[in-house]
Structures are given as structure tokens and as C-alpha cells.
Design a protein around this ligand. Structure first.
Ligand code: CUA
Length: 229
């Protein structure tokens, strides 16, 4: 999760988020290089007299500063294209989770397992335990197995919501009347926090998401316990 003074991206917990961070760093590096070059050129303009008796045209420099930016743009445009298709790829999911956005809470369905379903509300500040995170913890967490392909189906019951987990690189809108799909692979155990990110009404800020990533055998225990009850 994000903590104090974290201005960058959160540490990744999935291969796709790792790739997204790599692209972010790549694009930022190009941005810094361009900014330095343009900044230097603009600074040097102060010392330019704007007078040159023999300068009428410059075919070569015009060629260079037309083609070079086009090539640089290709280096920024092609990697995310690959990422875009990678993010959309569904690779034989072992678990499917359905999350439904409501004003203002999430509800979940494990359709593969006897249709386990439950609501997930934020814990209000006055009911928070000492080790809880304010505005971020929920009463019922989403338990998911680590090291497995997981498919998420997102929809909404009233207005548009967005199911967003930064550490997993997941951000899918829940739209009434539509079923959106995404997938991810959690590569470590832990708690991963997220929040709704479509402005969905008065309590938009208070419908967080908590994913509890656990080893597969622990997940099987959890799912059998819930199927029996
Ligand atoms: Cu749901 Cu914002």
C-alpha cells in the first residue's frame, strides 16, 4: 500500500504492474532528456544575437529536427502498445471473482465455489482497531490465492464505480448493465489495498477494496470453510 511521502508508484505485486513500472521509468527518462535539451536550448537563446550574414536556410537541421522527434515518439508509443495487449490477455484463470459496485460498497461473488457471496464495507474510523488503516480497511476482505491466474468480472448495480488496486495494476470500471473483464497474477502474499476511482457519489471515497493474498492451500481451506457455512 501507499504510505507517507510515496510520490511514485506502489511496489508491484504482479508481473503486469512490474512491466507498467518499467514503462513509466522508460517514459520518464525520455521526458527528462528532452526537458534538459530544450531547457539548454532556451537558455542559450539569451546569448544569441539573432544576426548571421550568411544564414538563409538550413535544410539539414530541418531534416534532423523533423525526423528525430518522430523516432523518439516511436520509442514512447510502441512499448505501451505491447503492454496494452498483454494486460488484456486471459491465460486460463484458475479462479474467477465477480465484484459488483454499489453506492457505496463492494460485493463479491465466487461463482466457481457454490456461489459464495458477501458484501465488503469500509470500517468507519470510530470502529477501527489500533492496527487498522483509516478509510482503507474493510470488514470482509477478498481472499485470493497467490501464484495463480485470477479473472475478475466487474459490474455495478447503480452508478459507475471503478475497481482499482494500484499494486496489481488493475483498474476496471464497473458499469451498470455491462460486465467488464480483467485478469492478474499475484506473485506474493500480503494485503493489497485499493479504492473506487470513479466519482460515484457522496461516499465515493469510502468504498475501499482489500485483497488478502494467501498461499493456495490456505485459500482452499478458506473457500471450503465458507462453502460449508
Ligand atoms: Cu464507487 Cu467511487
Amino acid at each position: 500500500m501507499s504510505t507517507w511521502a510515496n510520490l511514485g508508484l506502489q511496489d508491484s505485486a504482479s508481473p503486469l504492474m512490474e512491466q507498467l513500472i518499467f514503462f513509466h521509468d522508460h517514459a520518464l527518462l525520455i521526458l527528462v532528456m528532452i526537458t534538459i535539451l530544450v531547457g539548454y536550448l532556451m537558455f542559450m537563446l539569451f546569448f544569441n544575437s539573432y544576426i548571421n550574414r550568411f544564414l538563409l536556410h538550413g535544410q539539414l537541421i530541418e531534416m534532423i529536427w523533423t525526423i528525430l522527434p518522430a523516432i523518439i515518439l516511436l520509442f514512447i508509443a510502441l512499448p505501451p502498445l505491447r503492454l496494452l495487449y498483454l494486460l488484456d490477455e486471459i491465460n486460463e484463470p484458475s479462479v474467477t471473482l465477480k465484484s459488483i459496485g454499489h453506492q457505496w460498497y463492494w460485493s463479491y461473488e465466487y461463482s466457481d465455489f457454490n456461489n459464495i457471496e458477501f458484501d465488503s464495507y469500509m470500517i468507519p474510523t470510530n470502529e477501527l482497531s489500533n492496527d487498522g488503516f483509516r478509510l482503507l480497511d474493510v470488514d470482509n476482505r477478498v481472499v485470493l490465492p497467490m501464484n495463480s491466474q485470477i479473472r475478475i468480472l466487474v459490474t455495478a448495480a447503480d452508478v459507475i464505480h471503478s475497481w482499482t488496486i494500484p499494486a496489481l495494476g488493475v483498474k476496471v470500471d464497473g458499469t451498470p448493465g455491462r460486465l467488464n473483464q480483467t485478469n492478474f497474477f499475484i506473485n506474493r502474499p500480503g494485503l493489497f489495498y485499493g479504492q473506487c476511482s470513479e466519482i460515484c457519489g457522496a461516499n465515493h471515497s469510502f468504498m475501499p477494496i482489500v485483497i488478502e493474498s494467501v498461499p493456495v492451500n490456505y485459500f482452499i481451506k478458506w473457500i471450503t470453510n465458507n462453502m460449508n457455512s
